[in-house]
Unconditional design. Sequence first.
Length: 237
Amino acid sequence: MTKHQKRLSVPKSWPVERKTETFTVKADAGPHGEAGVPLVVVLRDVLGYVDSAREAKYAVNHDGVLVNGDVPSSIDRPIGMFDILAFPDRNDYFRVFPDEGGRLGLTSIDEDAADSKLGKITDKRLVSGGQVQLNLHDGTNLVVEDGEDYSGSDSVVVDNETKEVVAHFVYEEGALVTAVAGQHAGEVGEVESIEVMPGSSDNTVTVETEDGSFETIEEYVVVIDEKFIGSEEGDEE
């Protein structure tokens, strides 16, 4: 199987130039599915921390890069929405966040904020022992004892070290959300209304922003909290 990916056919979320060269690196199997961007692309093409795959391997092998608190197994490890990238030697920390148009971007955060990661619940199921497994947007899952409090489209904050839920944000009217896909990707606002559609149609949500409002499908929004946005605005300043 080839390890290369034609640039013209990469997912729209990949932050790469499509016409500069014919090929780029193909992501390994792992979190985020086909939308995941290979770590080496982020290090080389987005951050400019390395000039080659060899330099990227050196950084990974010497614990110069952490993804969600762990040393990545490969430079082709997929990176996607809300992942936390840490570079302890540089004292640089980033959260993957949507730019306009749905392309993945990096938001600078402080070291304390890099200790945990946001995840959107896409499904939950009962497992042995009467516990509940929460399946998250990136393909990962975690087991909780009391699953009744959690619903699909809620968000949780998971500690990178203990893998335990440290915060829970309910998807409901009045919740603060960000759009992560579609033409409103990157916009933030409060849920004004949720319309449950019949049959297999996508539920829609109307989000009120400072500049007005927009409507999108439920799948495209993720619940966040004010601290999440506050840290970003502070970093931009």
